[in-house]
Design a protein around this ligand. Structure first.
Ligand code: CS2
Length: 490
C-alpha cells in the first residue's frame, strides 16, 4: 500500500493540520530530495503552527520522475532523519502537488502568477543559472536561453519561467514574488537577479525596470546533507513502517538556513523552524562553501579514486581525516567568521556530520558537476591564499583529484561515467596530455572552470601539475598519506 492522507506509516508523526484547508503560497523550482528535506521542512513548521497560507507547489524542470512519485501520494512523503544507529521519521504535508515544466509550462507559469503566491524558492543547481563564468552575465548565446527568448510562452529554463510568470503578474497588476535562490553558490541571490534581469531586458526593458524596482532576490545559505534515496532505503522503510513511500528522503539532524532579510512581500515565518534572517549572508555562505563543500569535494574525488564509496568510509582512514583538517586550515585562513559562528566548533560539528555512517553519502554523488562546483569550493580559496603568498598544498591536491577524476577510469582500471555538463571537454583535455603537468596545463585552459587569472599563475599550474603527477604515479591513498606526513614533519 502506498502512503496517502488516509493510509499513513504506523507510529509516525504526520501533519496535524487539515491539508484540505491549505492554500498555495510558495512555488519551488527543482523539487529534488534537497528541497524536500530542507525548505519544505521549514514551511511545514509554518503550516503546523496554523498559518495555512503556505502550501507548496513544486516543479521539476526536467524529468517527470518526482511528479510521478509524489502526485500519486497527494504530495505526502516521509523525511527520515538518521544519526548513527538512531533514526526518526515524520510525514511532511507541505507539498501539494508537483508540476513538470516541460510537460506543461503554462500550468507552472500560472501557479507562479497566482495572487496568493508570494515566494518562489529555487534549487536548480549551479548549472541552472546559465551565467557566463567570466562576466557573470546571462549567456545570451546558450541554446536554451535563445529558445526561451524565441518562445516566451513555453520556456524551459528557470530565468525564462520566472520571467513569463513575472510578466503575467505585472499584466494583472500584482506585485512580483520574492525569488529566493537556495543553491550552493556565493551571492546566489545576486546571481539569480542578474539572470532574470538580463533575460527581461532582452525581452521587454520596461518589465526589467519593474522587476528591478519592485522585486526581491535575497541571498541565502542552505545547509543539510541529503544523500540520494536508494532502493534499499525504500525497502527498509516499507519493512519498518508497513507502507510504501516513493517520495522518501533521508537526511541528518543538522539543518541551517540563513536568509537575507529582503522580501518583496509576505513570506512564511521560517524562523519557527530555526531559519536565521540577517542583513549579510556572504560570510555564512563563504564559510559553508569553503569548509563543508570544499571538504566534501576534496574527499569525494580523492576518496572516490582511492576506492571509497561513501564519505564516512573515506574519513575512517586517519590519513584522509588529517588531510581534511589540513585542507580546512588552509580554507579557514581565508574566512571571516560571521557574527555568532565559531569556526573551530563549526569544524568539529562538520567532522561529526561527515562521519555519520547512517547517511551513506556517496562520493560519486558529490563528485557530480565538479566543473560547476570547483570555482567557489576550492579555486577561490586558492586565489585568496596565493594573493597573500601562502601555500595551498592540500587544495592543490584536491584540484588534482578533480582532474584525475575526469579520466573516467578508476585506479583499478574500471571505467565510470563522469556526470558533468562539461564532461566531454574535460575528458578531451585530460587525455591531451601525457604527464600530470601536461594534463593539468591542458585542463587549466578551460576558462569556464579556472577563469582567466589562475592558469597564468605558474605557482598554481606547477602545484596542481605536481599533485596530479603524484596521483598518477602512486594513487590517491599514497598521495594523501605522503602529504599528511610531509605536513607532520614541518
Ligand atoms: C554536496 C552538497 O553534493 C554535493 O556537492 O557537497 O550537496 C552538500 O551535501 C550540501 O551542500 C550540504 O548542505
Amino acid at each position: 500500500m502506498r502512503i496517502s492522507d488516509t493510509y499513513l506509516p504506523k507510529g509516525l508523526k504526520s501533519p496535524a493540520y487539515d491539508r484540505r484547508l491549505v492554500r498555495t503560497g510558495q512555488v519551488h523550482l527543482g523539487v529534488g530530495a534537497f528541497h524536500r528535506a530542507h525548505q519544505a521542512i521549514y514551511t511545514e513548521a509554518c503550516l503546523a503552527a496554523g498559518d495555512l497560507r503556505w502550501g507548496i507547489v513544486g516543479a521539476s524542470l526536467r524529468s517527470p520522475q518526482v511528479a510521478e512519485q509524489l502526485n500519486s501520494q497527494n504530495g505526502l512523503y516521509s523525511c527520515l532523519v538518521r544519526d548513527g544507529a538512531e533514526s526518526q521519521a515524520s510525514v511532511i504535508g507541505a507539498i501539494q502537488k508537483i508540476l513538470v515544466a516541460p510537460q506543461n509550462p503554462a500550468a507552472l507559469i500560472e501557479a507562479m502568477a497566482d495572487k496568493n503566491v508570494h515566494v518562489v524558492t529555487l534549487t536548480i543547481t549551479e548549472k541552472g543559472y546559465h551565467l557566463d563564468p567570466a562576466t557573470g552575465a546571462l549567456q545570451m548565446q546558450d541554446p536554451a536561453i535563445v529558445a526561451d527568448l524565441a518562445r516566451p510562452n513555453a520556456p524551459t529554463t528557470a530565468p525564462g519561467l520566472l520571467i513569463a510568470a513575472l510578466a503575467a503578474r505585472r499584466a494583472r497588476g500584482l506585485t512580483p514574488f520574492t525569488a529566493l535562490s537556495c543553491d550552493n553558490l556565493p551571492d546566489n541571490g545576486g546571481r539569480l537577479k542578474q539572470a532574470v534581469l538580463d533575460f527581461a531586458r532582452a525581452q521587454d526593458p520596461a518589465l526589467a525596470d519593474w522587476i528591478e524596482r519592485h522585486g526581491a532576490f535575497p541571498a541565502s545559505m542552505v545547509d543539510r546533507i541529503v544523500p540520494a534515496t536508494t532502493p534499499d532505503d525504500l525497502t527498509q522503510f516499507e519493512a519498518k513502517f508497513g507502507v510504501q513511500d516513493l517520495g522518501l528522503v533521508k537526511t541528518e539532524p543538522f539543518s541551517q538556513w540563513v536568509i537575507e532579510d529582503h522580501f518583496a512581500g509576505e513570506r512564511p515565518q521560517w524562523e519557527l523552524a530555526g531559519a536565521q534572517l540577517t542583513q549579510d549572508v556572504a560570510p555564512w555562505e563563504m564559510a559553508k562553501l569553503r569548509l563543508l563543500n570544499g571538504g566534501h569535494s576534496a574527499l569525494a574525488y580523492l576518496g572516490g579514486l582511492a576506492g571509497y564509496q561513501t564519505i564516512d568510509q573515506v574519513l575512517a582512514n586517519p590519513a584522509f581525516e588529517r588531510f581534511v583538517d589540513l585542507l580546512q586550515d588552509e580554507a579557514q585562513s581565508t574566512l571571516t567568521a560571521p557574527p555568532g559562528l565559531n569556526l573551530a566548533s563549526y569544524r568539529t560539528d562538520l567532522k561529526r556530520r561527515f562521519k555519520n555512517a547512517a547517511l551513506m553519502h556517496k562520493t560519486y554523488q558529490i563528485a557530480m558537476d565538479g566543473s560547476q562546483k570547483l570555482p567557489q569550493r576550492l579555486l577561490a580559496t586558492i586565489e585568496k591564499r596565493m594573493s597573500r603568498g601562502q601555500d595551498f598544498a592540500c587544495l592543490a591536491l584536491a584540484v588534482a583529484g578533480w582532474m584525475r577524476w575526469q579520466g573516467a577510469v578508476d585506479e583499478k582500471g574500471q571505467p565510470y561515467e563522469v556526470q558533468d555538463p562539461l564532461a566531454a571537454e574535460t575528458r578531451a583535455h585530460y587525455y591531451k596530455g601525457q604527464t600530470g603537468f601536461e594534463k593539468a596545463t591542458s585542463l587549466c585552459s578551460l576558462e569556464a572552470v579556472f577563469g582567466p587569472r589562475l592558469p597564468k599563475e605558474p605557482r598554481f599550474v606547477d602545484a596542481v601539475g605536481a599533485a596530479l603527477d603524484a596521483l598518477l604515479q602512486q594513487g590517491a591513498r599514497a598521495s594523501v598519506e605522503a602529504l599528511v606526513q610531509k605536513e607532520a614533519a614541518l
